[in-house]
Design a protein around this ligand. Structure first.
Ligand code: BMA
Length: 332
């Protein structure tokens, strides 16, 4: 009997819905016009016919700042700002003393601007800060919107019942409760309340046990807000960052409609497996053109890579992988 056939057969249900760009990584530290240790975890949007990435660039002190890269096709010929586009400003914003990281960009049509939520690395730990811009040249800092420890935050592009909504991931020192994705609401993007858990981390041996976080901003689809989130598996040789899908109700984003059982994308290629932090895929942005989606992600905290998929493939995959065992997710 040929055992290998069984092994292959048992895996044959696995369906890859993300296709890695063969020229990955698309941006590395050596492409940055100034001295950089790494370029990773970029927010993404479209502006004036370009795809714009807001790269997290870490210098050789270990401090991160944000730098814009523009490309006509969103794949090649990146034009990277010659200097950091948004630097930490600890004189006016002491919470940025150890850098600014992992931006998530949301286009707010109603206000004709982009809102960027990013992690500011303060003396009290990582927290969530907000800046807005109309051109990615001049930024208006709105300051801290969530105290430490909190990160992985993005705004929804529209209001719900007149209020803005944000997904984010606070962490408490209370051991064992897990780090979950929360939703909060605000009348003005400054004062936030009505906080509640919307996607809980699983427990035990799951790939997304104990610690999860939003990856790119929520994507509006006709079935709901599509969420791509990272799950952190803690193993004897360190953490593995993988991605799963979830769906929130269009009108009431506090309602979790679906959540994948398996991860949909994880580190496999060398540039995802080996870097400053091994075994990490970490997207902060995606760009859609019709049904097509370009996902930009950090590989192993070192470089930027690209994978493509479509909204319809993600929704179909989620339907086939929605956890169906009837238990509430928090008991999983
Ligand atoms: C998370 C964030 C990301 C980083 C990831 C893996 O907590 O800090 O910026 O890519 O860890 O190191």
């Amino acid at each position: 009997m040929d055992d290998s056939k069984d092994v292959v057969g048992s895996n044959s249900g696995f369906q890859d819905i993300f296709t890695r760009y063969p020229g990955n990584p698309i941006i590395r530290a050596r492409d940055i016009p100034f001295l950089a240790n790494s370029a990773f975890n970029a927010g993404a949007t479209q502006i004036c016919g370009d795809t714009l990435l807001l790269l997290r660039v870490e210098d050789r002190r270990g401090i991160s700042y944000l730098t814009a890269a523009r490309s006509r096709d969103g794949i090649t010929d990146w034009r990277i700002d010659p200097e950091p586009t948004l630097s930490p400003s600890p004189e006016d914003h002491p919470e940025e003393v150890w850098g600014i990281e992992d931006p998530r960009i949301t286009r707010i049509e109603e206000l004709d601007l982009w809102a960027i939520l990013y992690t500011a690395y303060s003396r009290g730990g990582p927290l969530v800060s907000l800046a807005t811009t109309s051109d990615f040249k001049i930024f208006e800092r709105k300051g801290v919107v969530m105290p430490p420890e909190d990160k992985d935050a993005a705004l929804f592009p529209v209001r719900f019942g007149g209020r803005w909504a944000m997904l984010h991931r606070p962490v408490t020192a209370f051991a064992g409760v897990g780090a979950h994705i929360w939703i909060s609401f605000s009348p003005d993007m400054k004062h936030w309340g009505d906080h509640q858990i919307v996607v809980p981390a699983r427990r035990g041996g799951w790939w997304d046990a104990n610690r999860i976080g939003l990856s790119p901003p929520p994507l509006r689809t006709d079935r709901g807000w599509l969420i791509l989130y990272h799950g952190v598996r803690i193993t004897a040789s360190g953490c593995i960052y993988r991605l799963g899908l979830a769906l929130l109700d269009l009108e009431q984003p506090t309602r979790l409609l679906a959540r994948s059982d398996e991860w949909v994308f994880g580190p496999e290629e060398d540039y995802e497996m080996i870097g400053d932090v091994d075994k990490v895929v970490f997207p902060c942005g995606w760009v859609t053109e019709g049904d097509r989606v370009r996902l930009y992600y950090g590989g192993a905290d070192k470089c930027i890579a690209l994978a493509t998929t479509s909204v319809s493939e993600m929704l179909t995959w989620l339907e086939g992988h929605n956890q169906k065992d009837g238990r509430p997710w928090e008991q999983s």
